[in-house]
Design a protein around this ligand. Structure first.
Ligand SMILES: Cc1ncc(COP(=O)(O)O)c(C=O)c1O
Length: 418
């Protein structure tokens, strides 16, 4: 229906679509559905009591500051804390390199506003994070896609794409969403070197890096960047913008993320953020700082690793037990997701319909691909989340899913193979 509004929507809104995942979350919230769809943390690990104490302390001791407008850059002690944490991984970040954002989703939006003109090509992984595509699409981005394998983005296929002159690269090196894969150490070096050689900046999105369940932490791209390494006065001229968030370590409802960037870029992003929301909630930032301090965050992350690591193992074992041998999946060393590949001819969307009848849900793979080059390939994949459901639900959900898969493979209704 055309209204006075529809004819007035700006050009940039014409191709916008709702996130398939956010739409899906509405269906999958029914209690009888076991959902592997969202990227939701386990509510059992939210440190509610610590938050309660922190809220009371902030209000009792700094109430007038907490409820007041604050600086766009963010709450200074929180910026310092984030700079210190980031510096552990060899990044010479100081608080002036940190901009607090309303979730790292806002960081993606601010970066898109800063860098993308209509028609600019952005180099992304195939598949990549759907929310980044949503943020970039508003500004008329086009895409150059580089495929990933079990070791992350295939850097041997990068050079031909870099020659096409992308505006920047958007990369998820750790436990990628949706693939669950991690960019191998050698490829990290190669990627940073190639980026420098071709003069293409990198946006490194790292919400999951802390959630590693096995193996050693790999060097972030921002640390490998020569500009970062050579600048004695701190991280002043780097080629990499680094994004992270408290969503997966403390709580996504906080809406607290950050960007680490050279001061010149921070200053520009601050101007853009002023137009968006003036600043991220002062109260929330002060509470998060109070919660995280005195080593609490590090200790809490250990607990999350234990809980999610167990859930990952339960899912991997259940997949091994129930799924037919023609189906394969990634084995993530951390993060929240794994990525399933169906045999040729089995369509993830049709499977989704069948799975819903079995009261189990996932996200079909095609949402995670930019552009049209992967239309057929994308329909053979889907993403599974293992952080949110309880272990017994994970097993039962995988069993139900296997019924739906077998039915699709046999071209039968689910009832027939029970
Ligand atoms: C790769 C990636 N980037 C960014 C985000 C957004 O996170 P936030 O809750 O900090 O906005 C997510 C959330 O799932 C994500 O997976």
């Amino acid at each position: 229906m055309s209204t006075v509004w529809t004819s007035r929507y700006a050009q940039r809104t014409k191709n916008l679509k709702s996130s398939a995942i956010r739409e899906l979350l509405k269906i999958t919230q029914k209690p009888e559905v076991i959902s592997f769809a969202g990227g939701l943390p386990a509510p059992e690990v939210f440190p509610t009591e610590r938050f309660r104490e922190a809220c009371i302390k902030v209000l009792n001791t700094q109430g007038s500051q907490a409820l007041q407008y604050g600086a766009t850059e963010g709450y200074e002690p929180l910026r310092e804390m984030i700079a210190r944490h980031t510096a552990r991984y060899g990044v010479k970040a100081k608080s002036e390199n940190v901009l607090i954002t309303s979730g790292s989703q806002q960081a993606l939006d601010l970066i898109a506003k800063l860098l993308i003109n209509p028609g600019d090509r952005i180099l992304v992984e195939a598949p990549t994070y759907l929310g980044a595509l949503q943020a970039f699409n508003v500004f008329g981005a086009e895409y150059i896609c580089v495929p990933s394998d079990d070791d992350g983005l295939q850097t041997e296929r990068l050079e031909e794409s870099l020659r096409l002159g992308p505006k920047f690269m958007y990369v998820l090196p750790n436990f990628q969403n949706p693939g669950g894969t991690t960019l191998a150490e050698g490829r990290r070096h190669e990627l940073v070197l190639l980026a420098e050689r071709y003069g293409i900046p990198i946006i490194e999105d790292d919400p999951y890096g802390q959630l590693r369940y096995e193996g050693d932490h790999l060097t972030p791209l921002i640390t490998l960047d020569r500009q970062n390494i050579s600048g004695d006065d701190g991280y002043s001229t780097g080629n990499v913008l680094y994004l992270s968030t408290f969503s997966k370590t403390l709580s996504p409802g906080l809406r607290l993320g950050w960007i680490v960037a050279p001061p010149e870029v921070i200053a520009k992003l601050v101007q853009i953020k002023q137009g968006a929301d003036l600043h991220t909630s002062t109260f929330t930032q002060m509470v998060a700082h109070e919660v995280a301090r005195d080593n609490f965050l590090d200790e809490h992350i250990k607990l999350i690793r234990k809980v999610y690591g167990e859930r990952r193992d339960v899912m991997l074992n259940a997949l091994e037990e129930y799924f037919p041998p023609e189906v394969s999946w990634t084995r993530p060393q951390g993060g929240l997701f794994l990525w399933v590949t169906l045999p040729e001819g089995v369509d993830a969307h049709r499977l989704f319909e069948a799975a819903l009848k079995e009261n189990v849900a996932f996200v079909a793979g095609d949402s995670f691909y930019a552009g049209n080059g992967y239309a057929a390939e994308s329909r053979r994949h889907f993403r599974l989340n293992f952080s949110n459901a309880q272990p017994d639900q994970i097993r039962e959900g995988v069993r139900r899913l296997s019924v739906a898969i077998k039915s699709q493979m046999a071209g039968l209704q689910p009832e027939a193979v029970r």
